[in-house]
Design a protein around this ligand. Structure first.
Ligand SMILES: [Zn+2]
Length: 436
């Protein structure tokens, strides 16, 4: 039932795009007088970043330069199949421009200007649509299968289910006739969803009771506080480590990589997190400091052994504020981000060993920014909740109006149905009701 209106809308958008300035930009990639050559590629299944770069004629040394030039802007640890790469070479076969794009509306570009890589971000006009999906559990359906059948991507479905799992014991308490509701904010470009935010999730049943979850977006970019919470600010992660930094941007992931200083292929037993020198570093859980010292490779380093025998490692610190033998509490500041040891710049190398003493990717641990939002963040959550509720009321009004006008009978026979769409531009200004 959504489709006819959407189709009209996409037609309009594609028409507008014919006249958009982006077409002009795209054609300047090939500058005729220099006879530059542009290589295009995309990330294929099973490919790492270096392999994908090699496919567009960028060798390892150059790859390192490019990755460094982009690492503050691009989360390379979240490389996806289909991400687009473009390399432009001049007549001397030197790389002069590189662009990386994880969705059709955005391009990260670095250009070599006077021997230095300059960063530029190109973004197309997109729209945010708000819509509600709601439904009822039937005898032979699950929440998961219903949402998937409705065209949501597996990652969005997982997000919704994981949030509800913390409040609802589906195995024990789910019953036929239980109802759920999801409010989605979907970023649209040329008829495709390029980003989805799950703003609201609710589940209600005779046995399960009523549960609501709200998406809180922190003012700081890539903040670890951006997550789902209950109305009173309880984080919807039951337990887990606290993050070592207040904002999370992975500069270099866990696993095999080419070392940024030595250029050698080596196993990276931890993750490198971006942080300015002096940024507080927090203990991820209670524990005993088993190491606090300096060495030429790790720089200032701290290791903490936790109650279950697991250990966390914090390297390249500028300052250490705890010593060997100290007991530290969860989230206590233990030092600051620095650039000590063998590094190219300030960052936190964060490592984690299981109770059995094996290195693991710390990002595979369940991590939590806070068990409960407080102060300004709690106040901001309340504001965001009230705008989420307002948005749902608006959608309900549109739904009612549409039912009247379209006189569609028996909507309730489907297991899930959608309420139609409110549309916002990138500045979050409402631009249309998508009415009939
Ligand atoms: Zn590292």
């Amino acid at each position: 039932m959504l489709f006819p209106y959407m189709a009209k809308f996409y037609l309009l958008i594609s028409f507008m795009l014919l006249f958009s300035p982006f077409e002009a930009t795209a054609s300047t990639i090939l500058t005729p007088q220099w006879e530059n050559v542009t290589q295009q590629g995309e990330v294929k299944r099973g490919q790492g970043l270096y392999q994908a770069l090699r496919a567009v004629q960028i060798d390892n040394a150059l790859a390192l330069e490019i990755i460094n030039a982009l690492s503050d802007e691009v989360e390379f640890s979240k490389l996806k199949v289909g991400d687009k790469l473009e390399a432009t070479f001049n007549q001397h076969k030197e790389l002069v421009k590189f662009s990386f794009s994880q969705n059709p509306a955005e391009k990260h570009i670095v250009k070599k200007i006077e021997g230095k890589w300059q960063y530029e971000f190109l973004e197309e006009k997109t729209f945010w649509n708000a819509r509600i999906l709601e439904g009822e559990l039937r005898a032979n359906s699950t929440l998961q299968s219903d949402l998937l059948a409705h065209g949501l991507s597996p990652s969005v479905v997982n997000e919704i289910v994981n949030v509800l799992l913390l409040r609802v014991n589906f195995r024990m308490n789910a019953r036929v006739g239980d109802v759920f509701k999801v409010l989605l904010h979907e970023r649209m470009f040329q008829g495709t969803t390029i980003q989805t935010k799950v703003l609201y999730t609710s589940y209600q049943g005779v046995r399960a009771g009523k549960h609501e979850a709200f998406f809180y977006e922190d003012a700081q970019k890539s903040s670890t506080y951006t997550a789902h919470y209950t109305e009173d600010g309880q984080a919807l992660i039951s337990s887990g480590l606290r993050y070592p930094l207040a904002s999370l941007h992975v500069r270099s992931g866990y696993g095999w990589r080419r070392h940024p200083v030595t250029g050698q292929r080596a196993m990276h037993r931890g993750v490198d997190l971006r942080g300015r020198r002096g940024t507080p570093v927090h203990a991820v859980a209670d524990g005993r400091v088993v190491n606090s010292n300096y060495n030429q490779f790790a720089g200032n380093q701290i290791a903490i052994r936790h109650r279950d025998g697991s250990q966390s490692y914090y390297l390249h610190l500028d300052r250490r504020s705890v010593k060997k033998g100290d007991w530290v509490r969860t989230y206590q500041v233990i030092g600051t981000v620095g650039a000590t040891g063998r590094v190219t710049g300030p960052h936190l190398h964060f490592g984690f060993k299981t109770p059995q003493g094996k290195w693991m990717n710390p990002l595979n641990k369940r991590m939590i920014a806070t068990p409960k939002l407080q102060g300004e963040r709690l106040a901001s959550l309340k504001e965001q909740i009230s705008s989420i509720r307002g948005l749902m009321i608006d959608l309900e009004i549109i739904k009612d109006a549409k039912y009247l006008l379209a006189q569609i009978p028996n909507q309730r026979e489907e297991s899930i149905f959608e309420w139609d769409v409110l549309q916002f531009d990138d500045e979050n200004q409402r631009v249309s009701l998508m009415a009939l």
